[in-house]
Structures are given as C-alpha cells and as structure tokens.
Design a protein around this ligand. Sequence first.
Ligand SMILES: NC(=O)c1ccc[n+]([C@@H]2O[C@H](COP(=O)([O-])OP(=O)(O)OC[C@H]3O[C@@H](n4cnc5c(N)ncnc54)[C@H](OP(=O)(O)O)[C@@H]3O)[C@@H](O)[C@H]2O)c1
Length: 345
Amino acid sequence: MSYTPAADRYEKMVYRRCGSSGLKLPAISLGLWHNFGGDTPHELKRELCRTAFDLGITHFDLANNYGPPPGSAETAFGEILRTDFNGLRDELVISSKAGYGMWPGPYGEWGSRKYLISSCDQSLKRMGLDYVDIFYSHRFDPDTPLEETMGALDHIVRSGRALYVGISSYNSQRTREAAAILKDLGTPCLIHQPSYSMINRWVERDGLKQTLKDLGIGSIAFSPLAQGMLTGKYLKGIPEGSRATQGKSLNPDLVSEKAIANLNALNEIAQARGQTLAQMALAWVLRDGGITTALIGASKSRQIEDCAGAVKNLNFTPEELAKIDEFADEDGINLWAKSSEGAGQ
Ligand SMILES: NC(=O)c1ccc[n+]([C@@H]2O[C@H](COP(=O)([O-])OP(=O)(O)OC[C@H]3O[C@@H](n4cnc5c(N)ncnc54)[C@H](OP(=O)(O)O)[C@@H]3O)[C@@H](O)[C@H]2O)c1
C-alpha cells in the first residue's frame, strides 16, 4: 500500500537549530537501534517510520551495527526509503555511525580511517543512498590518533558520502580536541550525540553541555527515556515484552523497588504538569535549549505519538525542577560511561 504523508506534519513539530549551523532538527528524533532488526516484522518498522514522519519527525538515526543482525536496521530502512519514503529524501535527515564492532578482524571497529570510510560505504549500500546527512564517529578511540579519525570524517564529507559530521559519547575534553581538528580541516563538527536523561546526567558533570554551547555544536540526546524506564511502563514493575525482559541492553535489576517508587513520584509531577512521564522526561532534556533534539526509540506507534506530544510544554518552574531532582536517582543506567571516560572497552 502506498503512503501519503500527513499534510499537516510540519505544523505538529517544533524545529530547532543545530548549534550554529544552518540545519534545523525536529525536537523529537527517532532512532532505529532496537525494533528494526530481523526479529521485528517489517510491517511494524514501516508503521513506526510513517507514524514518526506524519508527526513531523524528519530525523532518523541509524548506525552500522543496529539490528540484530548488525546492518539489518539499515537494510530495513533502505527498503522503507524505496517504498514508503520514495520521493521524500530531501525532507529527511538520515544519520549513520561507525565505531563499534561490525565485522571480524582488526579493521571492523574503533576509529581508523580504514574502518570509518569502508563502514560508511557499506552503510550507504545497505540503505541504497548516495549520501547520509550526518555521519558520526560512534565512540572515541584511545589508540588511534584523533587527527586520523577526524581526517576520515572530513574525507567522508569532501567525497560526498555525508553532508555533515558528528561525534558520539566523546567527553568534554575530547570534544574540544576533535572540534578543533575538524575546524582546521574546514569541516565543522555539526553535532554531538551523548546519552542524557533525568537519571543520567554525565553531560552536566563533565561540562560537555557547556562545551557544546561554547563551540556552537548542536546535540542530540540519546536514550532520553532511559530505555523506557522514564515512561509509564515500569510504574508497577516490569511488564511482559518490555525491553527489560528481552535480555538486551536494559538490565532488569535497574528496575528495583526503590527505582519504581521514584518513577511513581516522578509520574505524579508529570501528571500535575498535564503530561505523561515520557513527555515530561523529554521536555526535561530539551528544557533549557542546550540540547537540540531528544532521540527516542519506540516499539509501538502510540509511543511515538505520546513522545511527540512533549513539545507542547517544554517549560519548567524552579519548583518542578527541584522536585524532579529529589526523585531522579542516577543508578548505573549509563552503559556508555566507559566511552566518555575515554577508555577502550
Ligand atoms: N550513540 C550511541 O552510542 C547510542 C546508544 C544508544 C542509543 N542510541 C540512539 O538513541 C536511540 C534511542 O535509544 P533508546 O531506544 O534507548 O531510547 P529511549 O527513548 O530512552 O527508550 C526507548 C524505549 O522506551 C520505551 N518507550 C518509548 N516511548 C514510550 C512511551 N511513550 N511509553 C512507554 N514506553 C515508551 C520503548 O520500550 P519498549 O521496547 O519496552 O516498549 C522504547 O523501545 C537509538 O535508537 C539510537 O538511535 C545511540
């Protein structure tokens, strides 16, 4: 069945400038890390993408390794581009990344020029694209000269494979170094992709948020719902079929009695604001303009609809923020801490 996008899609979303660049991104973006692999029916993937686009979500985030198996999310999205999104390429911002293990041997991960450029070529082939809008170094590589990794990103832009480049999970110091190299090369760093949520605030402690502001780099906060914990989903414990039951990236031990009590308290604050917990969590990430867009994942269309509603109220009173701080306990949710500490894994 052919797809006609909602005519009013651009009236529903808010678009925010990405740092000091010319590119605007939707306040809510959709990531294809989970629910786009071979274990999810293709019809559901199509439905999720169409629902997002109908709500004005123009930005879709991928990486070489999203699946399972690795690469299958890009293949599925490529199919959707050809069927549902045919003719809409210029209305979309599509990103991909390389950094984590993708193929066997010494050239299939980290930050060498050899890996980044060949991985970008593979991603383009899987998606059937001539170029991606944004290509990222997915993690800092402590053993490769930063000049080499940034030089590869610069080459990816100059050779027409990407329009812009970004970095993910680099800490404040490494971000400054990377941005300076890119600036010298003449390819500015458009965007940083860190994890960030009410219960994962490393970007504030590390100074990254301020660094990005200083340097005019935009930002896209991933896992702003703490993989689903900051939604109504876990208020009564762990429901069947949720990410915490799948043995993947969300450790069920994090959904402890104490965490559930805190989530219920946060939910009450959200209700008093007239929002769902997910909407409040997204509004919180976007609250002070320091983050350009919140990068959600979804297993159901209604989750995307709920999340998109966050843009209706992005303002908080100081009392609300203080109350949130009381219950927003940081407790081991940041799986990406090693990368931002600059360490190998
Ligand atoms: N750069 C990196 O290293 C990196 C790392 C991780 C992620 N990312 C990017 O960030 C994207 C988002 O990550 P994430 O999936 O962890 O984000 P998230 O938005 O924190 O969590 C998404 C999960 O929350 C649940 N959910 C979402 N909206 C909901 C709602 N309204 N009500 C109830 N439950 C809701 C769903 O869980 P259920 O599946 O349980 O329904 C969904 O799969 C990824 O797809 C990827 O593009 C990047």
